[in-house]
Unconditional design. Structure first.
Length: 263
């Protein structure tokens, strides 16, 4: 592995391109440790600072992860978010088997908290209104890939099973439908990109300057009143969004008015 000092591309980016190519072809597998920074500096004939810039770049891109006192490793597989939040409802209003097989959701907190502005706006209430929130993380074998929360009105959820700090063994929306006696009829997803909060960066094990994708999922009943507002935040470089849909066939032009004739 070599770099071209006369190339227009900076040396650390040349090194990054070569490391990505080796990872892509399988020379280093997910979870495998890379050579040390001094070793790579000698390998490429550059200063250690140049290799450090390479590692920093690939960490931001989500390809590498650094474990203090241990070394730099190839990050795990990229998470595909099929059809945004629709996967939570599954093909038959149940678990999405493929997602359940690849990802493990862990409940981390249940309690009353002030609603953040985007949640308050979705419910049509004042910022800071106390609500019931259920917080979770989603993990793969080697990393946390999602930080999430589901919010409910206190007047709806107080005294129901939604207050329990326990996983239900079925999708949350099914528990909510039974507990609240309301059916989820429609939903709106809004996705945006932003910088992570300090807590999100720590949980997701990403640099503070690594962008995240943030989903606001608002679920409504038949009368278009919000039942639940869910948030999900994912490390941007490690996440892809896939939307699979059919394209309608072209419709023929309507027949001309038989009573109309060209002169």
């Amino acid at each position: 592995m070599t770099i071209n000092p006369g190339a227009a591309e900076f040396p650390h980016r040349q090194i990054a391109a070569q490391l990505k190519e080796r990872i892509r072809r399988g020379d280093w597998q997910p979870g495998e440790r890379l050579p040390s920074i001094p070793a790579m500096a000698e390998m490429f004939g550059v200063a250690k600072q140049t290799v450090q810039r390479t590692v920093d770049q690939l960490r931001v891109e989500g390809i590498l992860i650094t474990k203090p006192g241990s070394g730099t490793y190839v990050r795990g597989t990229r998470r595909r978010l099929n059809r945004l939040a629709r996967g939570r409802y599954g093909a038959h209003r149940g678990y999405h088997a493929d997602l359940a097989a690849r990802y493990r959701q862990q409940l981390v907190a249940v309690g009353r908290e002030p609603a953040p502005p985007e949640v308050a706006d979705a419910f049509g209430i004042r910022d800071g209104t106390d609500m019931l929130v259920r917080r979770h993380v989603v993990r793969t074998d080697d990393a946390t890939v999602e930080v999430g929360a589901s919010w409910f009105r206190l007047k709806d959820a107080t005294g129901t099973s939604l207050e329990r700090r326990e996983a239900f063994g079925r999708p949350l929306y099914q528990e909510a439908e039974e507990a609240l006696a309301r059916r989820y009829a429609s939903a709106t997803d809004t996705i945006s990109a932003r910088q992570p909060s300090r807590e999100e960066a720590e949980i997701l094990q990403i640099r503070p300057d690594t962008p995240v994708l943030h989903l606001l999922h608002v679920a409504f009943d038949e009368t278009r009143k919000p039942i639940e507002v869910a948030q999900a935040t994912w490390p941007g470089p490690m996440t892809t969004l896939t939307e699979d849909y059919r394209i309608p066939a072209p419709t023929p032009d309507p027949d001309p008015d038989p009573g109309f004739a060209l002169a």
